[in-house]
Ligand binder design. Structure first.
Ligand code: FES
Ligand SMILES: [Fe+2]
Length: 423
């Protein structure tokens, strides 16, 4: 039976205020990559709704996080991302803290008397999974490994520790953060807005799994969608693969696919494309690629981490999309993180990723598919505001990861599940 979800969850500032109070301060949040804060003195700010958290690598190389608020009159201490800090100095009246968050210096300190209980920065819990840094403002929340549950083991084969973040692109999006992340929680929309993918991916039969908090889709590439009445030939599958993800076979322009690779007798174009990914991986120093089957080499494992992150794991690359709420329930920010696999891991120093902030009018350097997703956000959000549309309808199977987001949201916000009805 179809599931209905109230649209006001996506359009009401009162609902966004509830999320500000009960969700963001209580859940594990992806803050940045380890590469953003790899060296002593590196810092990175996570801003999400009204929350601002600073992740800081100390001179003892410990990773710490603090609420970004000076203990004097509350000013934020740092913005964005950076390196080379030897202290955290408030720009307002110049109180300063060491990288462990301890108050170090107060101009005209004698004027204040004793400051013992109001001195150090307010700590935030911080932990990592692979190349990802997570923070949680709730001292009582479950530890990160418990929160992530089965996800790390499920993709242990992909050795996510070997991924390094190379770039993070942030773009303001004209929609609610859930409109944004829902776009990465189902592939039912491939036939709608990513029609180029139909000749190179099975958008219908990919198994989905829902854990308590998180979700997963496994999707096959190098095969045609069963939705196509006229099955494409090998050349068409190859051209579509290059158009959508040519970087994986060394075609960085993702144009001019050329002639499809030879398919040996009894073989498939999928196997031939997987062979290219295998050879490129082995050449790049990942000898273990030679033992991976075609599915591992080509297919996508998409994880949906509650509440606002999707992690796309491939043998040869990883991408992350994070949705952050903006100033109103109609504003969000899309952050797209790119990762590449390095080998040998121990010999590759971590380099600060390139962080790019774009306006929606800029040409988005995020690839064909993400651009198509982005173009859809405003259209989706506008429709959700129409007064007759009090609820929308989702499939409990095809869109089970969206249903799961709402179940978890209800738990965090302590709102009645009865708000979700059946069509
Ligand atoms: S608010 Fe930071 S020193 Fe005054
Ligand atoms: Fe999409």
């Amino acid at each position: 039976m179809a599931v209905t979800i109230p649209t006001h969850r996506y359009t009401s500032d009162a609902f966004a205020a509830l999320e500000n109070d009960r969700l963001w301060p209580r859940v594990w949040l992806l803050a940045c990559s380890v590469d953003h804060v790899a060296s002593a003195g590196d810092f990175h700010e996570l801003r999400i709704g009204r929350i601002s958290v600073l992740v800081v690598r100390g001179d003892d190389l410990e990773l710490r996080a603090f609420q970004n608020a000076c203990r004097h009159r509350g000013s934020s201490l740092c913005e964005g991302t950076g390196s080379g800090l030897s202290e955290l100095r408030c720009p307002f009246h110049r109180w300063s803290y060491d990288l462990r968050g301890r108050l170090r210096e107060v101009p005209s300190r004698r004027q204040f008397g004793a400051l013992d209980n109001y001195s150090d920065l307010i700590p935030v819990r911080v932990d990592t999974w692979g190349p990802l840094v997570f923070v949680n403002l709730d001292a009582d929340a479950e530890p990160l490994p418990e929160f992530l549950g089965a996800v790390p083991d499920d993709c242990a084969w992909a050795r996510v520790d070997e991924f390094r973040c190379t770039a993070a692109v942030s773009i303001a999006a004209p929609c609610n953060w859930k409109t944004l992340i829902d776009g990465f929680s189902e592939t039912y929309h491939v036939q709608g807005i990513h029609r180029e993918m139909l000749a190179m991916c099975d958008d219908v039969n990919g198994p989905q799994h829902v854990w308590e908090r998180h979700g997963k889709l496994q999707q096959s590439y190098g095969v045609a969608s069963p939705r196509l009445r006229e099955p494409p030939d090998d050349q068409q599958i190859w051209e579509a693969f290059v158009e959508v993800m040519g970087v994986r076979v060394g075609n960085y322009a993702q144009a001019d696919a050329g002639t499809a690779p030879d398919v040996p007798a009894g073989g498939t174009i999928r196997s031939a494309i997987a062979g290219i990914v295998r050879d490129r991986g082995v050449e790049a120093g990942h000898a273990w690629f030679s033992a991976l089957d075609d599915g591992r080499l080509l297919d996508m494992s998409q994880y949906n981490l509650f509440p606002n992150v999707t992690v796309l794991v491939f043998a040869d690359m990883m991408q992350i999309v994070r949705a952050r709420p903006g100033a109103t329930s109609d504003d969000a920010c899309m952050d797209a993180f790119s990762f590449e696999r390095v080998a040998p891991v121990a010999e590759r120093p971590r380099v600060k990723p390139i962080d790019i902030e774009l306006s929606p009018d800029d040409e988005l350097p995020v690839g064909l598919v993400l651009n198509q997703d982005f173009a859809n956000f405003g259209r989706s959000q506008r429709g959700l505001h129409q007064p007759g549309l009090t609820h929308f309808v989702v499939s409990p199977t095809e869109e089970c990861r969206i249903v799961n987001l709402h179940k978890n949201l209800e738990e965090f916000l302590s709102i009645s599940p009865s708000e979700i009805g059946s069509a």
